[in-house]
Design a protein around this ligand. Structure first.
Ligand SMILES: [Zn+2]
Length: 304
């Protein structure tokens, strides 16, 4: 079976369209520099049951479109499922689940009513949906694999031609991408990502991400050896064009790369122990500032 992507991109937000056997796609209306054209919500619908995946932002029109799609043809919605807990995927999850009286399934302690586990197989009225734990983009990232149709929901672990940040551990991401590459090594796979259009070149896409990350690892190792041991100088050298909120994306990727390097021995990692200590201390300082900011914001929100 050869799998082809024939549908135009991007579609209208909130309008459901079939993108694979038993899978409908709805684009959330949250386009931004972070989310590309918006977050991809999916509905896995089979027989009399459905699962709503990544509702995206808290937008009642979008949530209603998801409910309607999930309930079409008299189906019953079994659960809301998150590929990971980043706000562009999860903000609408609680409202959606509560409105339907169904649990949220995911690996995030912030949202899970029922925890997913890697290797678990969900039964959507007879359709097997395999949960693959793919940490890296975030610790709680999962992909959903439907072997019958060769369809893989990739979350933000791999986005085809687009890039996604590393908010989890870089070593985990490399392992996860290797796993997905193996999955697609000897069969056709239709990949449905968390952002952007469907793609069929999963092996090439995963390889590209591994290559880019490996290049970044080597570049950062060189910069640190040059004596650049502050987070800011490393971000500026690695991502000279990133500004504003996109710089945060650069920060998380640099941090995960430095932490990865710091975990490697000798010349593979950060050879000079003083430089290693300096950059790790600077990251620690940044993380503390970030935590203090988050606390302030929470306090300010509680005061309103
Ligand atoms: Zn996302």
């Amino acid at each position: 079976m050869t799998i082809a992507v024939t549908q135009p991109w991007p579609p209208e937000p909130d309008s459901a369209r079939g993108v694979a056997p038993a899978v409908e796609h709805l684009l959330a209306p949250n386009a931004s520099s972070w989310t590309y054209e918006g977050t991809n919500s999916y509905v896995i619908a089979n027989g009399g049951a459905s699962v709503l995946i990544d509702p995206g932002i808290l937008d009642e029109t979008h949530l209603e479109a998801l409910r309607r799609t999930g309930r079409a043809n008299g189906r019953e919605v079994a659960s809301v499922l998150l590929t990971h807990d980043h706000p562009d995927h999860s903000d609408g999850a609680r409202a959606l689940a509560d409105s339907l009286g169904v649990p949220i399934l995911c690996m995030s302690p912030r949202f899970a009513d029922d925890y997913l586990a890697g290797g678990q197989v969900l039964d959507v009225d007879g359709l097997d949906v395999h949960v693959i734990h793919t940490p890296g983009h975030s610790d709680d990232s999962v992909c959903l694999w439907m072997p019958d149709s060769g369809t893989l929901l990739t979350g933000d672990t791999v986005l085809g031609a687009r890039s996604s940040g590393v908010m989890g551990k870089l070593g985990d991401l490399l392992t996860s991408l290797e796993l997905l590459r193996n999955l697609a090594a000897d069969r056709d796979v239709l990949a449905l990502p968390g952002h952007g259009p469907a793609f069929t070149d999963l092996v090439a896409s995963a390889t590209k991400v591994i290559d880019v990350r490996t290049r970044r690892i080597n570049e950062l190792r060189g910069y640190i050896a040059d004596g650049d041991t502050t987070l800011l100088t490393l971000i500026k050298r690695l991502y000279p064009d990133l500004t504003g909120s996109r710089a945060m994306f650069g920060a998380s990727t640099v941090i995960s790369t430095v932490e990865y390097l710091a975990g490697l021995d000798g010349e593979h990692g950060i050879a000079d122990p003083d430089q290693r200590e300096q950059i790790l201390a600077d990251i620690e300082k940044y993380n503390q500032q970030l935590a203090a900011h988050a606390k302030e914001r929470a306090a300010a929100a509680a005061a309103h």
